[in-house]
Structures are given as structure tokens and as C-alpha cells.
Write a protein that binds this ligand. Structure first.
Ligand SMILES: C[S@@+](CC[C@H](N)C(=O)[O-])C[C@H]1O[C@@H](n2cnc3c(N)ncnc32)[C@H](O)[C@@H]1O
Length: 271
């Protein structure tokens, strides 16, 4: 039976392998088209409810920043955006993409997979992530990362973490994948194997969409409870992705198990 270190080594080997960053992100053009800023920075994605009055004087950290796709986008809005990731190879790409021709001076930190590496403590106004946290199929590791995020935030700092969600996850064989209606096969979801919210699937032999944590409606109360152990003003909201699956302004996403993105939000009100 494998443990946390084995799992983190597996993840590290996966992300250090010479796979192009666009392939690691997957459906790259679709993700670039998706309005992540709206949902990371506005409660319920509602532009009347920004999480800060201004963004231009704030410093942010992108957890699992990979090749810097969202660091570069968020740099347009924030004073400074740093990134951290388990992969030194992807961080080099991020450095090139954001600081090279991009003209920014983001700092990038290599992590051990269950922390934020040497990212400074009591420093950030905002920590966010996109398509990274749900690739970690271990409750214990995600909890450690949450604790590190709390440490890295200033008092008054906030998090918004995007993860994948389907109200019916995790899927069991009793649930029909699709039904036949008037001769037409109507598909409900794309079934996927993965970890339950509370499990530590250290035996998993892959990551990054091949074996993720599958968050469902039954987990919402636990998620809120977990966040509330450290953060205040905890809130959860969603953005629908099922309508966009095939076409988002001409950019396509392959079929996937999630129907929505879920955003986990909280504030550090004391150290
Ligand atoms: C699909 S890519 C997304 C990259 C970027 N966030 C984006 O939106 O383009 C997933 C990223 O999560 C990172 N990642 C996965 N597990 C991690 C862990 N345990 N700790 C830190 N980073 C991790 C990977 O190295 C990879 O860069």
C-alpha cells in the first residue's frame, strides 16, 4: 500500500515529463476563452459583487500555475501575481511566458506538492487556482495545501479556488449513464473513476484528469465545514460548463464528467 510520498512522487514525475504545457492544460483554447476572472473575483460571478473594492493594489498567488496561463491573465488586473507549482519544468515555461516577452516580474515557487514551497507567509491579498486542485486525489494533501494558503495570506486576504463538480459525483454503476428517449440516446454525464472527497487515493497511478477527486452535491456541507475551520465569510458558488462543452465561441472542450465549476471562497480574518 502506497503513502503520501509515493503519491506526490507520482504527481511530480507526471508533471515533470516532457509533455507540452498545452497538453497538460488540455483544451487550451477553450480554457483561454472561459471567463475565469468573473468567477474568481466576483461572488457568484456577479459583477456587482467584487471580492475587493480594487484589484490594482493587490498581490495574488496562483496555486498550480503550470505554464502561467492564468498568471498572465491576472497580471492585467493585479499589482503583482506570483505562481507556485509542483513542476519545475512548467515553472520555467511560466517564467518565459509571463516575465520574458510578457514584461511582468512574477515570482515562481517550486512546491513539494502538499505546500506552497517558499512562497512568503502573511504576504498575499489573494490566492486562487484554476484546474489544479481537483487533480489532487487526496483529502489529506488538499487540507495541508489549504493550511499553507491560510499562512501565506495577509489578514484580510482571500481565496477563491476553482474545482470541477457534478452534483451526482462520485458515480456508481447503479446510475444510468444515458437513457433512450424516442430512439435518441440522451447522455447525462461522462462517467469517470476518481477519488471520493474524503479519501486519500495514494495508490492512484495517474493524475491531471485521468484520476481526480470527484466532488458532488453530497460533499458541499463537508467542504464548507472544512473551509470554515480556518477561513471566515466562507461561500461556495458555481459556473455552468455543461452548456459550453461543445462550443464556447468556437473553442471546443472534449466531453468531461463535470457539469459545473465550483468555487470555494473564504477570508483570513485573523492570523
Ligand atoms: C491542468 S494544469 C493547470 C495549469 C494552470 N493552473 C492553468 O489553469 O492553466 C494543472 C497544474 O496543477 C499542478 N499541480 C497538480 N498537482 C499539484 C500539487 N499537488 N501541488 C502543486 N501543483 C500541482 C500541475 O503541475 C499543473 O501545472
Amino acid at each position: 500500500m502506497k503513502g503520501e510520498t509515493d503519491y506526490l512522487n507520482m504527481q511530480k514525475n507526471f508533471y515533470e515529463a516532457p509533455i507540452p504545457p498545452e497538453v497538460i492544460v488540455g483544451n487550451y483554447a477553450w480554457h483561454e476563452e472561459y471567463p475565469y476572472e468573473t468567477f474568481l473575483l466576483f461572488k457568484n460571478g456577479d459583477i456587482r459583487k467584487p471580492i475587493f473594492d480594487t484589484f490594482k493594489d493587490k498581490v495574488a498567488l496562483d496555486f498550480g500555475c503550470g505554464s502561467g496561463r492564468m498568471v498572465k491573465r491576472m497580471n492585467l488586473l493585479f499589482k503583482q501575481v506570483d505562481g507556485c507549482d509542483i513542476s519545475s519544468r512548467l515553472l520555467k515555461e511560466a517564467e518565459r511566458y509571463c516575465n520574458g516577452s510578457g514584461g511582468y516580474s512574477s515570482k515562481f515557487y517550486l512546491t513539494g506538492g502538499n505546500d506552497l514551497g517558499d512562497a512568503p507567509k502573511n504576504f498575499y491579498d489573494f490566492i486562487y487556482c484554476t484546474i489544479s486542485m481537483h487533480h489532487i486525489a487526496s483529502y489529506t494533501i488538499r487540507k495541508k495545501i489549504l493550511a499553507s494558503m491560510f499562512e501565506a495570506l495577509k489578514v484580510g486576504g482571500k481565496i477563491t479556488l476553482q474545482m470541477a463538480y457534478n452534483p451526482r459525483a462520485p458515480f456508481t454503476s447503479e446510475l444510468p449513464e444515458s437513457v433512450l428517449v424516442n430512439g435518441m440516446q440522451i447522455r447525462f454525464f461522462f462517467p469517470q473513476r476518481g477519488a471520493d472527497y474524503f479519501s486519500d487515493d495514494f495508490d492512484a497511478n495517474s493524475t491531471n484528469g485521468i484520476y481526480d477527486v470527484l466532488i458532488g452535491k453530497k460533499d458541499l456541507a463537508s467542504i464548507k465545514k472544512d473551509l470554515s475551520e480556518q477561513f471566515s465569510n466562507v461561500a461556495i458558488w458555481f459556473s455552468n460548463v455543461s452548456n459550453y462543452l461543445n462550443d464556447l465561441n468556437g473553442k471546443t472542450h472534449q466531453q468531461m464528467w463535470a457539469t459545473d465549476w465550483i468555487y470555494l471562497h473564504g477570508e483570513k480574518s485573523s492570523s
